[in-house]
Design a protein around this ligand. Structure first.
Ligand code: SIN
Ligand code: CO
Length: 381
């Protein structure tokens, strides 16, 4: 199990003074850190169509970016290129273990573990991200420069590569295996590999109001909500045909606001929307599915592990009724299952005792059986 070590401050101090505020280097955050996946395995993953990957390099001084899946890396030579693979935690249980040390931030804020393999001189160029990232250095050394937040011009160095102008560094460090660089959104940064190296980026990305409202619009349409039309009986005489007057505007606004004021509806939307994954899951349905009694028997001896990248949430407002959201779906198991629902969403691994309150309820056992048969959880050998 990976343990995060902070020698210079506590997690509370980190959250108070750095999270979303300023970058910081955490030397030897992971002691004796070893690559959680080999460069060869990473390169192999980028051959797969389901896996999101990119190659970034320079050709004749011009930045180039290619989107995977790839068939070969032979044209790239020995230096100055980087392979980036997104959501590797979905495909490698070992990489998925890098998420737990950052569980002091709730999972709904978590995005994915992106891994880059760089040859000497390789990097993606100076850029700004919209997410918080903990860049954990694996094998090899990489030079990182981070500039201050500010008005940095951004431009397309290539159609698929948004860069920023050169910046004055506030951090200029060489990361060694086990070192971590935390960068909040908006701080320009540039990493250049000094040798063959691996970086493991644990990313957290929040949603914009636009993301949320567009998701809410889809939800409202799917559930056929918000059908009531504006109604204005006994309206006063109107004199100016072209005017939407202040009181009419209030009515228009109030119609939309009424939807947002429906706490139960917005909570239900948020639970299902935030529990959806952005990248594909490595779901492997069982060829020989369990029936419920078989599952219960095995659970007495073995532990169930959640597949990497699966998102499971509950909300304070409804957890008492045993409501949870798993991969975009809402489930309600009743008050007696509350503790099981909490365990399901809080823990990466489950045993009989942690699920005990749910295992007495047939609906819960049935759902658990279905989840295991679908591949959401698997028995650890
Ligand atoms: C990288 O790991 O090469 C790029 C990570 C980043 O700066 O976003
Ligand atoms: Co970045």
């Amino acid at each position: 199990m990976l343990t995060l070590h902070l020698d210079d401050f506590s997690l509370e101090h980190f959250l108070q003074h750095y999270w979303q505020q300023k970058p910081v280097v955490i030397r030897q955050g992971f002691r004796q850190f070893e690559d959680l996946i080999s460069p060869d395995e990473l390169a192999g993953l980028a051959f797969e169509a389901e896996v999101e990957s990119r190659l970034v390099y320079k050709k004749a001084g011009q930045w180039q970016a290619e989107v995977g899946p790839f068939e070969s890396y032979e044209h790239l030579g020995e230096q100055d290129w980087t392979l980036i693979v997104q959501a590797v935690n979905h495909w490698s249980p070992e990489v998925a273990e890098l998420v737990a040390p950052f569980s002091f931030i709730p999972k709904w804020r978590f995005d994915d573990v992106m891994i880059s393999y760089s040859t000497p001189g390789g990097g993606v160029g100076p850029h700004i991200d919209l997410y918080d990232v903990f860049i954990c250095q694996g094998s090899g050394r990489r030079l990182w420069r981070v500039g201050d937040i500010g008005n940095h011009r951004q431009f397309a160095a290539h159609a698929a590569l948004l860069h920023t102008d050169p910046f004055e560094p506030i951090i200029d460090v060489e990361l060694l295996p086990g070192d971590i660089l935390y960068i909040p959104p908006g701080f320009p940064h540039d990493g250049v590999s000094l040798e063959h190296s691996m970086s493991f980026s644990v990313g957290f990305r929040s949603k914009s109001a636009r993301d949320m409202l567009s998701g809410l619009a889809d939800y409202v349409i799917d559930k056929e909500l918000g059908n009531a039309l504006i109604s204005d009986p006994k309206r006063p005489l109107h004199h100016q045909q072209g005017q939407i007057n202040a009181s009419d505007f209030s009515m228009i606004r109030a119609q939309m606001q009424a939807l947002l004021d429906d706490d139960a509806m917005v909570a239900d939307f948020a639970g299902s929307f935030l529990s959806r994954t952005k990248c594909q899951l490595d779901l492997q349905a069982l060829e020989d599915p369990f029936d419920a009694p078989e599952l219960l028997e095995l659970l007495q001896q073995e532990t169930l592990v959640r597949i990497g990248g699966l998102r499971c949430f509950y909300l304070d407002a409804t957890v008492a009724q045993g409501v949870c959201y798993i991969d975009g779906e809402r489930y309600e198991f009743g008050a007696s299952c509350k503790d099981a629902v909490v365990a399901l969403c809080d823990s990466e691994s489950l045993d009989y005792a942690s699920l005990a309150t749910g295992l007495g309820k047939p609906e819960f056992v049935l759902a658990l059986t279905l989840w295991v048969n679908t591949g959401y959880w698997y028995f650890q050998d």
